[in-house]
Design a protein around this ligand. Structure first.
Ligand code: SF4
Ligand code: SF4
Length: 180
């Protein structure tokens, strides 16, 4: 299981690299940071990632969700933390999910991981996904290195495994990123 020390390391290696040389939020008005039409958007933390927060951050609202009700793997502990941003974050404190987007891991049946563009249905359009903008190598390398560590945690691996099988069942085309 990932420890707070592991999360500190993951935050460190993903702190600097960004998808583009500049702020990609200028392409879309930072649409992925907005709360959504019905205030429904937010970010799930990975198990144990809550150790990276004090829960007194003035830019976050916290919710505790039941992993079963929200379709997380059976191995996930209760509660799962869901956070909503009420204002722009201090960049160095953003959760891992924000650091990885728009990339996601895909586990092949032989257990090897591919790095792909996110395939989940999003209520907004991310130009990094739709406009084929080349991603910075340092960003792709950092996301890849972080996921290699994340997958050592059985609970996180379960989630990635389930998401990967789901993509296959739905025949979703995978856009694999190899350039790093
Ligand atoms: S939606 Fe895509 S392009 Fe826009 S800020 Fe988010 S990651 Fe960057
Ligand atoms: S934590 Fe920061 S990067 Fe992530 S959604 Fe909130 S404002 Fe955007």
């Amino acid at each position: 299981m990932l420890t707070p020390k592991d999360y500190q390391y993951l935050y460190r290696i993903t702190a600097g690299p960004t998808p583009l040389p500049g702020d990609c939020g200028t392409l879309c008005g930072s649409v992925c940071c907005r709360p959504g039409k019905h205030d429904e958007l937010g970010i799930y933390l990975f198990p144990g990632e809550e150790a990276m927060f004090t829960r007194r951050e003035n830019w976050l609202q916290w919710e505790e969700h039941d992993p079963v009700e929200h379709f997380f793997p059976a191995s996930w502990p209760k509660p799962v933390y869901f956070v909503r941003c009420t204002r722009p974050c201090p960049r160095e404190a953003r959760p891992l999910a924000c650091r990885f987007f728009p990339l996601a891991p895909h586990l092949q049946r032989d257990g090897t991981m591919l790095l792909i563009y996110e395939t989940m249905d999003l209520p907004y359009s991310c130009p990094l996904i739709t406009q084929n903008k080349p991603l910075q190598k340092e960003f792709v390398a950092a996301v890849n290195a972080a996921w290699q560590i994340m997958l050592r945690d059985r609970r996180i691996r379960d989630l990635v495994e389930e998401d990967s099988r789901c993509r296959e069942e739905q025949n979703l085309p995978l856009r694999i990123v190899t350039d790093w």
